[in-house]
Write a protein that binds this ligand. Structure first.
Ligand SMILES: Cc1cc2nc3c(=O)[nH]c(=O)nc-3n(C[C@H](O)[C@H](O)[C@H](O)COP(=O)(O)O)c2cc1C
Length: 455
């Protein structure tokens, strides 16, 4: 029997996350993103369908040049307005029992002492179902919202993240010993000898501790990451338990996965310590013809401006290039990359900005019958992918269709599980609620106790 794949819903508390323009469809309830019930109902639907997780992306500001007009983002609903997933997760936690709940938080946006406390609280509220997508930012405007002149240099962002996670690991893993909380009504509430200050002093942070919450079911949340550069891959190899990829083909996914797993081994971890989730969209129907016709309907709603703006194809004044612009006439770094990418697909004419949008909507979309979709997922799994991040066209319709029309066929083939395992998210994914001893955070267990300090 096949190994079941893992499934996350890849969402954001906003209107236009990945597939731009779809919010204009009559069945697009992502327009109701401000209503908490949109997300509670979706979380319940996902749990009913035995999804592993609901994963929330997030940003700290606007895309594009920080000094340029931002009209296009506002007009497209492109990640503005957007709400804070960390706050939203507590509402989802009390309305679900098994679903993993992943939040994205940038190392720049929150002091690690405060952030570690928020996450521990969420892990208590959810009985151990929280995951953290560690991001370092891509937006100058996002950096300016936190007092920086612009985004710090790329590799320096990862050095920052290294220190940031270090502080959180010390608080989550090292500050409280397991049995420190006693609540002995005839004696002490907790044992001071088992609660430790961490005395972190580093380049950016100085944190004395102790951690204020007592240990939560997972202590450290499940750690997600999505870097793709050299520094990003090294960071993932060292810290991540799950990595998000959007590879253009299973073969490229295989290369990326093998490279990251080999690097993880260099960091003293095992290849299976990291799970890989590929982002994909689906259009399903009973026949292939129907599925193709349905896909065409989605593609008609594609917003060229939305995809171009998300891909940073904007002129120096912040205006998106019109759809009919030839990519060779667009002088940005990202345009050069996209032109090269599109030249593999469009060989009989010059590629246009409009082609980019359509290609981005099509690539990474599997169109077909449930059987054809299951066949395609088997190919991704054979390339080393452990799970799929399901990217929606509409909320909740895309997830309803996945649950009702695709999952039954996947289950018949053993490609999707029928029931949840008990226990915290990490237990469900890896068989144990706490980080394994090969992870760098494990080094802080007992490190601040008297015995640890003199060891
Ligand atoms: C599937 C996926 C999801 C991502 N989600 C976010 C996000 O929610 N917020 C964010 O700031 N960056 C997000 N990123 C960007 C990554 O964190 C990272 O900055 C980007 O992939 C570039 O990698 P690099 O920093 O190693 O060059 C995401 C990337 C991918 C591939």
């Amino acid at each position: 029997m096949a190994t079941p794949l893992l499934f996350n819903a890849f969402v954001m508390n906003t209107t236009s996350h990945i597939h731009h323009g779809q919010w204009r469809r009559p069945d697009a309830h992502q327009r109701e993103f401000n209503d908490v019930n949109t997300w509670i109902n979706l979380a319940k639907l996902l749990e009913e369908a035995r999804f592993d997780g609901m994963f929330f992306a997030d940003v700290t500001g606007l895309y594009g040049d920080a000094d340029a007009p931002y009209d296009v983002y506002v007009k497209e609903g492109l990640q503005i307005p957007s709400n804070d997933p960390t706050v939203l997760l507590s509402a989802l936690a009390v309305n679900t029992k098994h679903l993993g709940l992943a939040l994205t938080s940038n190392v720049m946006q929150s002091h690690p002492f405060h952030f570690a406390r928020q996450v521990s609280t969420l892990d208590h509220i959810s009985n151990g179902r929280v995951a953290w997508n560690i991001v370092t930012g891509m937006q100058d405007n996002g950096a300016r919202n936190f007092g920086l002149p612009r985004l710090v240099d790329h590799d320096e962002r990862y050095a920052w993240a290294d220190e940031y996670v270090d502080v959180t690991y010390k608080l989550w893993e090292g500050s409280w010993e397991e049995d420190a909380l006693k609540q002995d009504t005839s004696g002490d509430h907790a044992d001071p000898a088992k609660i430790h200050k961490i005395h972190h002093v580093g380049q950016r942070y100085s944190v004395e501790g102790p951690h204020l919450p007592s240990p939560s079911p997972q202590r450290t949340p499940v750690l997600y990451q999505a870097g793709s550069s050299e520094a990003g891959l090294r960071f993932a190899a060292k810290h991540a338990e799950a990595t998000f990829i959007i590879a253009p083909s299973p073969e490229i996914a295989r290369q990326q996965i093998e490279k990251t797993r080999a690097l993880a081994v260099e960091f003293g971890r095992e290849p299976g310590d990291i799970k890989f989730f590929q982002g994909l969209s689906f259009v399903v129907a009973e026949t292939e013809e129907e599925a193709r016709a349905k896909a065409e309907e989605y593609f008609e709603y594609v917003s060229s401006d939305g995809y171009a703006a998300h891909a940073a194809l904007v002129d120096p004044d912040g205006r998106v290039y019109p759809p009919e612009t030839k990519l060779k006439d667009v002088q940005t770094n990202s345009a050069r990359g996209f032109a090269e990418w599109l030249s593999k697909h469009i060989t009989d004419r010059e590629s246009l900005v409009a082609d980019l949008a359509r290609q981005r909507a099509q690539q990474g979309t599997i169109v077909g019958t449930p059987e054809q979709i299951a066949d395609a997922l088997e190919v991704w799994q054979a390339a080393g992918v452990d799970g799929i991040n399901v990217i929606n066209w509409v909320i909740p319709g895309s997830f309803e269709e996945f649950a009702d029309q695709i999952l039954p066929t996947l289950r018949e083939r053993g490609l999707a599980k029928r029931e949840y395992e008990e226990g915290p998210l990490r237990q469900k994914l890896f068989g144990a609620p706490r980080l394994n001893e090969r992870h760098p955070a494990a080094a802080y267990r007992g490190a601040f106790s008297e015995a640890g300090a003199t060891a």
